[in-house]
Design a protein around this ligand. Structure first.
Ligand SMILES: [Zn+2]
Ligand SMILES: [Zn+2]
Length: 298
């Protein structure tokens, strides 16, 4: 590879009935262990959601392998070239639901209309009146979000129902929901439609797809990701690079850590310097806590 990136990151999801999640779990785990693939895959009766890293050839073979199962023959992969594995190991876990909306059951058939990245940019540049809502958690939206987005400040996706209670004013407006890769919006937008919102869109392919196609436009800051890279920094325009400041020194950054005091474990925005200097902790108290993780790793 010319760019020196000989590994590939694949992320994918599909909502499709899986009758026997344990069987699928076994098959996937076996394949990935045999092939030396790393990452995390979740299997539920409602479908599959995965994020894996592997040498490019192995990643290609994995795509074929998954698509050879007819339930996943049309699964879409988001791909990124990377320099090395971005996961420490491989696991495949069974979940009750891929994303848990809480009490409500929605029909995915009611999901919002799919909005491509280009169309979303059109919405912005044409001056269209619309509301754009972040369906992710606070710690994700803090390091980056779409321009003028509502970031409701959830600690968990299960709070989405309560968030929607506060959005009544937008029932007759154009609403766009977005999340990292699209999986949460399928449910979040369906829930809004079922609650009577009249013009609901979901960003197709999520933030990941958007920033790849249209960096330096209306995405501001970093993108929180759930692998060792922690955050992507898609923009080169200085004023679009960061939306958050380091917890300790207030310098703009998209880097974050989990506080290494296990009884705290808070996610904080923290620049690289302060991460070292404060020993992966959010406060002096956490630094000297009994249950501080003994090992510091990058
Ligand atoms: Zn700092
Ligand atoms: Zn702490």
């Amino acid at each position: 590879m010319e760019n020196g990136k000989e590994f590939r990151l694949l992320s994918f999801y599909k909502y499709v009935p899986v009758k026997n999640p344990a069987e699928l779990q076994g098959t996937l785990l076996q394949y990935c262990m045999d092939e030396g693939i790393r990452g995390k895959i979740y299997v539920a009766e409602e479908g599959i959601n995965g994020n894996i890293s592997a040498p490019i050839e192995k990643a290609r073979a994995f795509k074929q392998f998954l698509r050879s199962d007819e339930r996943f023959s049309d699964v879409l992969f988001k791909e990124d070239d990377i320099e090395n594995f971005v996961h420490p190991k491989m696991f495949v876990r069974i979940k009750k639901e891929l994303v848990n909306l809480g009490l409500s059951k929605v029909s995915l058939a009611n999901g919002g209309k799919r909005l491509s990245p280009e169309k979303l940019l059109d919405f912005y540049s044409s001056g269209k009146e619309f509301v754009i809502i972040d369906t992710r958690n606070t710690y994700e939206s803090r390091i980056g979000h779409f321009k003028n987005a509502l970031t409701p400040g959830m600690t968990n996706f299960r709070e989405w129902e309560k968030v929607v209670d506060t959005l009544e004013d937008y029932k007759d407006k154009t609403v766009v929901t977005y999340c990292t890769g699209g999986i949460r919006c399928e449910k979040a937008s369906a829930y809004m439609v079922e609650r009577g919102f009249s013009d609901v869109y979901q960003l197709d392919g999520g933030i990941i797809t958007y920033v790849k196609q249209l960096p330096d436009t209306v995405w501001e800051g970093g993108v929180f990701v759930f692998d060792d890279r922690k955050a992507l920094e898609p923009n080169t325009r200085e004023e679009l690079k960061y939306t958050a400041a380091c917890h300790h020194c207030l310098k703009p950054t998209a880097h974050y850590i989990n506080c290494h005091n296990l009884d705290c474990d808070k996610i904080i925005v923290c620049c690289h310097n302060c991460t070292e200097e404060h020993q992966y902790c959010c406060s002096e108290d956490c630094k000297t806590a009994m249950r501080k993780r003994p090992k510091i790793y990058p």
